[in-house]
Design a protein around this ligand. Structure first.
Ligand SMILES: CC(=O)SCCNC(=O)CCNC(=O)[C@H](O)C(C)(C)COP(=O)(O)OP(=O)(O)OC[C@H]1O[C@@H](n2cnc3c(N)ncnc32)[C@H](O)[C@@H]1OP(=O)(O)O
Length: 422
């Protein structure tokens, strides 16, 4: 395809890899495993990878016929503020062999993938970045954050006014109950800006139906919660780790996922985790930054936030589509100028927000707000305020009143959250 050959270097070719071609998939897996520090592939692991990735786009960068770089992408949906869903191209398995780094291989693969995503009509591309400095140059901006929590189980007593209903908890096998888990998650993700669609393949490889080194694992347990009407409204998957100091337990419980459609289900699941016998400490990663837990506890300091990181990075491919799809807080007219060196999202648009949605139209008017496409991604889901971006020099507003208006209408009442690794 299009080789961005650097002077004196052999040409780079971007090729598609057919998951049904065992030889090509083995070479792709060998190369990916080297960059990702994984075990070498064998026929069984290659067969499992085929099951997990069937239907997805596997690309490779080849130099003189040898696969030296990879990128995988697949179609999903991203939830925007207000619950509207847009088509998204999810990018993963980005890797370049240590012998071929910094020769433009990632750039060649990314250019091809972004162009094709745009041609298919995706409104955004999304990814989870291994290192923060890599993806801004391609127009991606960090759009959701997640928090890690460490909870002192002995101090975690729930307030009398914490939501409660007459639901029930049941221990299940995640593989067998995956339809219930998927139904809960689907209801949650449709309401939560930043979350993604999970297809059957995702559930199969995460619950371990198709063996996968990143599955929840054989020691994990899943508790399913049903509301008073008997319908599943939450679940938690966790792995306990037994540890003793003499005869005193120091055991921990690591939450892989806790998802619930109601506050009462959220409380019931957290209460379960903090009351499992022997457990002194509960750890959870990739939680929303506006986690309910501390607000449910008599002693909020029993739940300590132990970290906060970016999670989902978004590359806007169709500015008008995403601005039209999301909801806003109140009525305003703002002219936005978006800079995008790579092209697809660039332009000046008039955004008119109101109760019934938003109108977006190209305009020649002078901009109220100017920003680059990665900064717009940070605003898109409501995770970052326009004021913060302006103070950091990442957004220019005509004046302070315009900035305040932009911050108000683009803000949301709930932090965006993505809990879907891919
Ligand atoms: C979505 C995901 O899959 S995240 C996982 C990403 N993969 C990894 O982290 C695995 C280990 N790392 C790698 O495989 C490689 O180093 C990659 C994929 C990160 C980069 O691949 P390369 O082919 O070296 O990137 P490429 O040569 O196209 O670099 C393009 C630009 O990005 C810069 N860049 C690339 N990687 C990094 C990095 N880790 N940190 C800072 N800058 C970087 C390069 O310096 C270059 O800048 P320039 O255009 O100003 O010269």
């Amino acid at each position: 395809m299009t080789p961005p050959s650097r002077t004196g270097s052999p040409a780079i070719e971007v090729v598609d890899v057919d998951v049904e071609d065992t030889d090509a998939l083995t070479r792709w897996s060998e190369m990916l495993g080297t960059a990702f520090m994984e075990d070498r592939p064998d026929p069984t692991s290659v067969a499992h990878r085929r099951e997990r990735l069937r239907g997805q786009r596997l690309r490779a960068g080849a130099v003189e016929g040898r696969l030296v770089a990879s990128l995988r992408s697949f179609d999903t949906e991203l939830t925007l503020p207000g619950g509207r869903l847009v088509g998204a191209n999810a990018v993963s398995s980005v890797a370049v062999l240590p012998t071929h780094r910094r020769r433009g291989l990632l750039s060649a693969l990314m250019r091809t993938d972004l162009r094709q995503a745009r041609e298919r009509g995706a409104a955004v591309s999304v990814l989870i970045a291994s290192e923060a400095p890599i993806y801004g140059r391609y127009g991606f901006g960090a759009a959701t954050e997640c928090a890690s929590w460490t909870v002192d189980a002995d101090r975690a007593r729930f307030r009398g006014d914490a939501p409660r209903d007459g639901g029930a908890l049941e221990l299940v096998d995640a593989r067998e109950a995956r339809a219930d888990l998927a139904a809960v998650h689907d209801r949650v993700r449709r309401r939560r800006a930043g979350e993604l669609l999970r297809d059957e393949q995702w559930w199969n490889h995460t619950t371990g139906v198709v063996p996968n080194p990143r599955a929840w694992g054989p020691r994990s347990r899943t508790v399913l919660r049903r509301g008073p009407d008997g319908v599943a409204d939450g679940y938690c998957t966790y792995t306990p780790a037994e540890s003793w100091q003499g005869r005193v337990s120091r055991s921990t419980l690591t939450v892989h996922e806790l998802s619930a459609t109601t506050p009462a289900a959220t409380r019931a699941l957290w209460e379960y985790c903090t009351s499992v016998d022997w457990v002194r400490s509960v750890r959870a990663e990739d939680r929303p930054v506006d986690e309910l837990l501390p607000w449910l506890l008599e002693d909020p300091r029993a739940a300590q936030r132990s970290g906060q990181d970016d999670f989902l990075w978004v590359r806007i491919l169709d500015t008008a589509a995403v601005l039209r799809a999301r909801s806003y807080r109140g009525a305003a007219r703002l002219v936005l100028r978006v800079h995008d060196d790579a092209g697809p999202a660039a332009g000046t648009v008039a955004l008119e927000t109101g109760a019934g949605g938003a109108e977006v139209a190209p305009t020649d008017a002078a901009p109220d707000v100017e920003l680059t496409v990665d900064a717009l991604a940070a605003l898109l889901l409501g995770g970052t305020s326009a004021t913060t971006l302006a103070r950091a020099g990442r957004l220019q507003a005509r004046d302070e009143a315009v900035l305040a208006r932009a911050a108000d209408v683009l803000g949301t009442g709930e932090a965006p959250w993505c809990a879907t690794s891919f």
